[in-house]
Write a new protein. Structure first.
Length: 266
């Protein structure tokens, strides 16, 4: 056995774990600092109710949980099949999501510590820092960690939907997108990034071709496609709510005038 190779692996593991712990600590510190800032709490620009109706915010809560599940699955696919297209942004996304999940976790029980260990993106960190993919084998723990969080976030979606009294039509939308995503990926022989870009463009009535030749262009295409879809749906919801409110207010005014006229007759 090459002891230099083993020593290099151990060093890379320790460096990756140290970087991850440091990033989690910094992220947790910054989140707590921002939350304790009164300007942040009272900011009009950071208040989602200033941009979305309360009913739409509930729907966005559903979308959040399903999007998280979708992202977990895409990262799983990259970890298993090691596609080259869009691999660097996926590595960065893997690290960011792992930090986010670690911040949201408790670390009291032994199970929590085991799950936290599974969140350490050894492969992604060493791939970015050292350009080394020899730690793919340890990503098995990371893959199992994401499988755990897939069922956790889907369960959160179910609980949130039930508590808010919402329908599950959004699940049908994501099912259609998900099936199309898988079908396009295997039928066209493209990477997950290419597939989701093509499906997004087709879904938003642009085209079937992936927009953007570079990875940045493809991500930009995704943001524009789904951002436009979201804003258009918010605008429709806001307009509908405004029309209904105006109609109800007019009905109340008519009833109030009718009551006053009846009182005057007496």
């Amino acid at each position: 056995m090459d002891y230099n190779f083993v020593l290099l692996l151990i060093i890379q593991l320790l460096v990756a774990a140290g970087i991850f712990v440091f990033l989690v600590y910094i992220a947790r510190f910054m989140v707590n600092k921002i939350k304790s800032n009164p300007d942040f709490k009272n900011s009009k620009f950071l208040n989602p109710l200033e941009y979305f109706p309360s009913e739409k915010l509930a729907s966005l809560g559903q979308i959040f949980y399903l999007v998280m599940v979708f992202l977990f699955i895409i990262i799983e696919l990259y970890l298993i099949f090691t596609w080259k297209d869009g691999s660097f942004p996926i590595l960065v996304l893997d690290i960011i999501l792992s930090i986010y999940l670690a911040i949201k976790m408790n670390m009291d029980s032994l199970n929590d510590k085991i799950i936290l260990f599974s969140l350490i993106p050894f492969g992604s960190i060493t791939g970015i820092i050292f350009g080394d993919t020899s730690l793919v084998w340890i990503d098995l723990f990371h893959i199992f960690g994401y499988l755990y969080f897939i069922q956790v976030y889907y369960r959160k979606f179910e609980i949130f939907t039930k508590n808010m009294g919402l329908g599950i039509s959004i699940l049908l939308l994501f099912t259609i997108v998900w099936v199309s995503f898988l079908f396009t990926m295997f039928a066209e022989g493209v990477s997950p990034l290419e597939s989701i870009t093509m499906v997004s463009n087709a879904f938003t009535s642009n085209s079937y071709e992936a927009s953007g030749n570079s990875v940045v262009g493809k991500f930009d295409s995704l943001v524009l496609a789904w951002g436009g879809f979201l804003l258009s749906s918010v605008g429709t919801a806001t307009l509908a709510a405004s029309v209904v409110k105006k109609y109800v207010d007019r009905q109340f005014d008519d009833m109030e005038n009718l009551i006053k006229s009846k009182k005057e007759e007496k």
